[in-house]
Design a binder for this molecule. Structure first.
Ligand code: NAP
Length: 541
């Protein structure tokens, strides 16, 4: 056999290849099986779980209520599963996803330890050829990315990082073995949602913890609690209502915005609303607040001032409190980390805050971290430095569409998609949680996107169609909506992953239109229309 013929004989062929066995990939596999398709899921990890497999850092847990976060597609699953806390810790969520994989017999179609390196569209064969890092090749009619929006971890570009002789871990690449902090001098770099959860946990046992903060974030209390059996029974009885509520709200959380504007009420009433939200569970203070806090500067200043007062009241040292209060962005214009006694951590004698705006990191040394002020010695450095969000996981695979066009290059000035599902020039590439899809409470978005993709493939199957591509006109049309829905948001003026900024990634230093900021119901309405009209906004053949 010629090498080419040999390669082709060894190439397994499927109707669909799914990259990733997290929440999206698992559900997509299940739905495509129902259509009778042959499916192979390729998973880089050694287990199912995606985000909940990789992010096993101390203190990792949901920020959305557990019972609004689980899958809703199976009544049996809802009935048999019990959440033990209002915001489930990572080990429990990972157990849940393993349970789902077992219950629906999903593992037999999943290949673990299979990291995808390249994917190339073959127009003549109307198939994707996927190559794994181990050199194996597979082909598939459809290539479905279930690779997550926050799954490409990034490390800071600080000189000397490799020279550190102690332990170091990124929160999203946390080891499976237990990591202990007792008696150790630990550094955490980063104070986003991952950093905040890590810091409040590590501070409990570390000999000494030093937090390196570049930009403080506005954090609000999570108010987690255990769920007893009786309460779980009551939650089960309300599942229809819970998911109906999630389907109605802007970002699929259980909290609905107060229709009033911040200054429509008296000062006393406004303060009472803020107090009530601060005392309630979850994201209410962010997404259930007065309707103008994310668009009106004065309204935003009012809630920012309220949260600043809370921080001052909770942190004993006024100088430390001031450092923890964001000065360059208002409340909610970046993702609000939810916390449990986070601010009180800074009252502990074993915890120190280093403000990198005053004393920047100059380098990492063999023994620790050198700032412009001094050397700090550490046994462990924890990088809670985030992700190359939204497009990073795509960029890490060499994806080639029609005529060998590179997706990474195609998106180098910012991604352009049709509903987040497709990009022009990449036939039969279907993206779950692709850029410009509605995000919010992620599993709610996942279930919708998987159902939509399944609907499209079922439609094509029924008509003997084998090729789907979003034309440029459809992409432009959706990108107009994305632009319009983002108009007036204060978040546009702030650097964060919401605006596509990651200073640790070449070329991602300036703000772009990185995500869809309209409502989830509006997104679904648009995507439903596309389906109802026979997907005529796609080129099908
Ligand atoms: P992140 O929000 O992007 O935070 C990264 C942190 O690292 C920021 O404080 C950033 O500072 C800092 N940083 C990055 N590079 C640095 C450098 N070179 N020097 C100093 N500091 C540096 O990332 P994340 O905390 O991993 O969270 C990302 C998203 O994941 C969240 O917004 C959320 O959507 C999701 N998440 C969810 C949960 C949950 O649901 N429970 C938990 C964790 C994460 P700057 O702000 O100055 O850039």
């Amino acid at each position: 056999m010629t090498p080419a013929a040999e390669a082709s004989a060894n190439t397994a062929d499927f109707d669909a290849i799914i990259i990733g066995a997290g929440m999206s990939g698992l559900y997509q596999l299940l739905r495509l099986r129902e259509l009778g398709l042959s499916v192979r899921v390729l998973e880089a990890g050694t287990e199912v779980g995606g985000t909940w497999y990789w992010n096993r850092y101390p203190g990792a847990r949901f920020d959305s209520e557990s019972y609004s976060y689980g899958y809703s597609f199976s009544k049996e699953l809802l009935v048999e599963w019990s959440w033990s806390e209002h915001f489930s810790p990572q080990p429990e969520t990972l157990r849940y996803l393993n349970h789902v994989a077992d219950r629906f017999d999903l593992r037999r179609d999943i290949e673990f330890g299979a990291r995808v390196k390249t994917a190339a569209w073959d127009e003549a064969a109307r198939r994707w050829t996927v190559t794994l890092e181990n050199g194996r090749r597979l082909t598939g009619r459809f290539l479905i990315t279930a690779i997550g929006a926050l799954s490409a971890p990034t490390l800071p570009r600080i000189p000397g990082r490799e020279s550190f002789r102690g332990e170091s871990h990124h929160t999203a690449e946390w080891p499976k073995e237990e990591v202990r902090f007792e008696g150790k001098r630990v550094a955490v770099i980063g104070t986003g949602a991952s950093g905040v959860q890590t810091i409040q946990e590590v501070a409990k046992t570390a000999g000494h913890l030093t937090v390196f903060q570049r930009t403080p974030n506005w954090c609000a209390p999570l108010h987690n609690d255990k769920i007893g059996e009786a309460e779980m029974q009551a939650i089960r009885a309300r599942y229809d209502e819970i998911f109906a509520r999630c389907a109605e709200t802007f970002a699929c959380f259980l909290h609905t915005p107060d229709p009033r504007k911040t200054f429509e009420v008296s000062d006393a009433e406004r303060e009472a609303v803020f107090e009530k939200l601060y005392a309630e569970r979850g994201f209410g203070i962010w997404v259930g607040n007065f309707s103008d806090i994310l668009t009106d500067k004065r309204a935003n200043a009012a809630i920012s001032d309220f949260v600043a007062r809370k921080i001052r009241a909770r942190v004993k040292d006024p100088a430390v409190a001031e450092k923890l209060i964001p000065k360059n962005h208002g409340f909610g214009t970046r993702r609000v980390p939810l916390e449990t006694r986070y601010y009180e951590v800074y009252n502990q004698p074993n915890v120190e805050l280093v403000d990198l705006t005053e004393t920047p990191i100059e380098r990492i040394t063999e023994t620790g971290i050198r700032t412009s002020a001094r050397d700090h010695a550490f046994d462990m450095i924890i990088y809670a430095t985030g992700f190359d969000a939204l497009t990073g996981a795509f960029d890490r695979i060499d994806i080639r569409g029609s005529g060998g066009r590179s997706l990474k290059q195609h998106w180098s000035g910012g991604a352009a998609t049709f509903l987040g599902f497709q990009s022009a020039g990449f036939p039969n590439l279907l993206m779950l949680l692709g850029p410009h899809t509605a995000l919010g409470n992620i599993p709610r978005s996942i279930e919708y996107c998987v159902d939509w993709v399944t609907g499209l493939i079922g439609f094509m199957q029924a008509r003997g169609l084998s090729r789907a591509e979003a034309p440029v006109t459809s992409v432009e049309d959706w990108m107009r909506t994305v632009r319009e829905s983002s108009a007036g948001l204060l978040a546009n003026e702030v650097s964060s992953w919401f605006t596509g900024v990651n200073t640790n990634v070449e070329g991602k230093g300036s703000r772009i239109l990185a995500r869809y900021s309209g409502s989830a119901p509006a997104f679904r309405q648009r995507a439903d229309e596309v389906a109802a009209q026979g997907y005529r906004e796609l080129d099908l053949g």
